[in-house]
Every structure is written in C-alpha cells, then in structure tokens.
Design a binder for this molecule. Structure first.
Ligand SMILES: [Zn+2]
Length: 276
C-alpha cells in the first residue's frame, strides 16, 4: 500500500508569476526526493554579524522526566539569526520596501532547478570566483536553454567545508570581511539571468550568492539586483553534488516570518527519473 502511495504520480501545476504558466509533472516517489537543507544545531554556520547572534540556540523544558507514572512532556524554545544555515534571502534584505518572508508568494518558491558547476575554478585555487554571463552561455550550449521560472544553483563543491566556519569563509578572523574568500554569482550574470531569461532566483552551496569580492567592496551588486527584481537568493545549500545539471524541481519552504529579511529554509529537490 505504501509503495503504491509513494509511486503516485502527482501533477503539479506551476504558474509563473512573471510570465505564462508553465505546467510540469513532478513524481514524489520517496527515492526521488532529496533534502538540500542542513540541520540547525550549535554547529550551524551563520553570516558573522557578530554581537553574539551567530549561533542557533535551543533550550528544552521538560516535565516528569524521571517519573514513569506521569506523562512525559517537553517543549523547546529556540532562537536563530535569519542568515544562517540553509536559508532564504528575501528582497527585503537589500531593499527598504522589498518583499519580506511573510509576503513571498508560494509560486515564487517552486521551480525547475539548473545546476552550474564552477568546481574546476575552485580546484584551481580561484576561491572567490564569480560566475559570469559567459559561464551561463557555455552551460546553455551544453544543456539547453534555462527554463522559465528556474532556480539557478551554483555548485562550488563548498559542502565539503561545512560546518567549519573558517573554511566556509576562508578566513581566520570572521570579523574580517575584507579577507574572506568564497565564490558567488557576478552581478552581470544576475542581470542576464533576469533580463534575458526569466529566473525565480539563484542559490549557492557557499555562504553567499555574492562572491567575496563584491562583499569586500561593499557593492553587493548581486544581492541588490535580486532584491530590485523581487527575486530570491538561497545560501548554504546542502547535497548539491547529488543534483543533476537539469531535470530536478526544487521546492522552497522558508519559515513564514513577518518582516524577516531572510528565514531558515527547508529546501528539497524532486530528482528526474534516472535514465537506464
Ligand atoms: Zn542570507
């Protein structure tokens, strides 16, 4: 019975907020679903804002723990920054009146995934590589046009650094933004993906959608473009090495927090059928 239920092919109608509706079928069989989120715990890597906010805290209260004759009950209280772990960046992050986590539309949170690898640049020592428009064109010449409503994932093989903060940001002193080194999307690539294609957002397995070069210069061009065009950023994506270049669908489930500029994100991919 369970097998039959899992094998049900569900039709998922995806309506594109920016253009004509896109209709696709998504198979929710258990072997197709891949969790792309890291666990929240004391090791979670946060953007180092300092001020003691950069950790996840869970405090548990329990009643009757040692008394088997009474009901066991417990409940936790947790606190977290918005920009840590696998999380979403909303337009409100860089735009005064940008959409916050509460007001994102569900349609903005579902779409086809494409994965562009820059791992060879990282292996060659270019740790702050910024994905360029020509990288995207090259990818398209190999894999086809990026579909409307897509989320574009940057794969830098950064997951192998998780959760070592110094290795994620590539710096000893986490307050030293000017010497961090990590990859991201070049603002020109974001401009192209928004104006020449119709993406819903971008995501990285690194700590930012922006390369450390643009963070250090305080230009933040990638973040600002995404915000101005009401597009989404996702950071610290887990398990990205298991997602193929094309064919997966991703579903983003950020916590619905009023006024939040970012939010913890449960992110999963529905993988395409394996070709024999
Ligand atoms: Zn963020």
């Amino acid at each position: 019975m369970l097998i039959v239920l899992f094998a049900l092919l569900l039709c998922w109608k995806i309506s594109n907020v920016q253009s004509a509706p896109v209709e696709t079928e998504v198979d929710f069989s258990s072997d197709r679903i891949l969790d792309l989120s890291y666990t929240y715990d004391k090791n979670t890597v946060y953007w180092p804002h300092g001020k003691g906010y950069d950790t996840f805290n869970l405090t548990m209260i329990a009643y009757n723990e040692a008394d088997p004759d009474k009901i066991f009950y417990r409940a936790g209280y947790y606190s977290t920054g918005e920009h840590g772990g696998t999380h979403i960046d909303t337009p409100a992050h860089l735009l005064r009146n940008g959409t916050d986590a509460e007001n994102l539309e569900i349609q903005q949170l579902i779409g086809p995934a494409v994965v562009i690898s820059i791992a060879e640049h990282i292996q060659a020592g270019h740790l702050d590589y910024a994905l360029s428009p020509s990288d995207v064109s090259q990818w398209e010449s190999q894999h086809g046009r990026i579909p409307d409503g897509a989320f574009v994932f940057l794969f830098a093989d950064w997951g192998q650094r998780w959760p070592d903060r110094q290795r994620v940001f590539n710096v000893d002193d986490l307050s030293d933004y000017s010497h961090m080194r990590f990859p991201g999307f070049h603002p020109d690539a974001i401009q192209w993906l928004i104006t020449q294609r119709d993406i819903r957002g971008v995501a990285s397995d690194g700590p930012s959608v922006e390369s450390s070069v643009d963070i250090a210069s305080e230009r933040m061009g990638t973040h600002i473009l995404l915000a101005k065009h009401n597009r989404i950023g996702v950071e610290n994506v887990a398990n990205l090495h298991k997602v193929p270049a094309t064919g997966a669908t991703v579903i983003l489930m950020p916590m619905k927090i009023s006024n939040a500029t970012g939010a913890p994100l449960r992110l999963f991919a529905v993988l395409p059928e394996q070709k024999e």
